[in-house]
Design a protein around this ligand. Structure first.
Ligand SMILES: C[S@@+](CC[C@H](N)C(=O)[O-])C[C@H]1O[C@@H](n2cnc3c(N)ncnc32)[C@H](O)[C@@H]1O
Length: 186
């Protein structure tokens, strides 16, 4: 059996030459974000990082796949933007703790572990914003997507004393079944 890292590297190698559209939940909620910096966790090949860099944010993308980061470099050049990049394996939380603080964090199409989620407030500046959007349990039930990658119902509602929920949306559309959350550091 191949490792998760190898799985993702193969996936990125097989992807076409075109950068995917940014996640709609991020586009629709960009007005909640503070100007300044963004940490894009599990950034992949950078569809959201590049979208935000083009809009004036200073973006740092982190991912454990060197193939994803290579593609992000290529796409940022093509789009004439600069994105800071780091190869980080999120299963080792010590690696993320030394990144400094950010005005915003985004997590798109990646399910954070409880441990990762609880480290995020320490990575946010005062009034910092966290946007999280990923598949939920209905994507598993109706489309067979592995449950380990899916959020359970209301998974991140009322789980943090440090983050205030400013929006929670359950999305059912052509993208599939997702939960979107916007939090602000209390
Ligand atoms: C579905 S993709 C989402 C990419 C991007 N956020 C987006 O919305 O297009 C999931 C990403 O998570 C990354 N990933 C999975 N497990 C990881 C881990 N343990 N550490 C770092 N990145 C990881 C993969 O390499 C992949 O880029």
């Amino acid at each position: 059996m191949i490792s998760e890292k190898e799985y993702w590297s193969q996936k990125f190698k097989q992807r076409g030459d075109k950068l995917m559209e940014p996640e709609l939940f991020i586009k629709n909620n960009i007005h909640f974000m503070r100007s300044g910096t963004v940490l894009d966790i599990a950034c992949g090949d950078g569809r959201n990082a590049i979208y935000l860099a083009k809009r004036g944010f200073e973006v740092t993308g982190i991912d454990f796949s060197d193939e994803a980061i290579k593609r992000l470099s290529k796409f940022s050049k093509e789009n004439s933007v600069s994105v800071n990049k780091k190869i980080i394996d999120l299963s080792n939380l010590n690696e993320i703790k030394n990144l400094g603080k950010f005005s915003n964090i985004i997590i798109s199409h990646y399910k954070p572990t409880t441990g990762l989620f609880h480290t995020l407030p320490d990575l946010l500046d005062k009034d910092g914003v966290l946007i999280l959007c990923t598949f939920n349990y209905r994507q598993h039930e109706e489309r067979g997507f592995p449950m380990k990658y899916c959020l359970v119902k209301d998974e991140f509602l009322n789980v943090s004393d440090e983050l205030l929920i400013i929006k929670h949306e359950v999305i059912d559309d052509e993208r599939g079944h997702l939960d979107g959350y916007v939090f602000k550091l209390k």
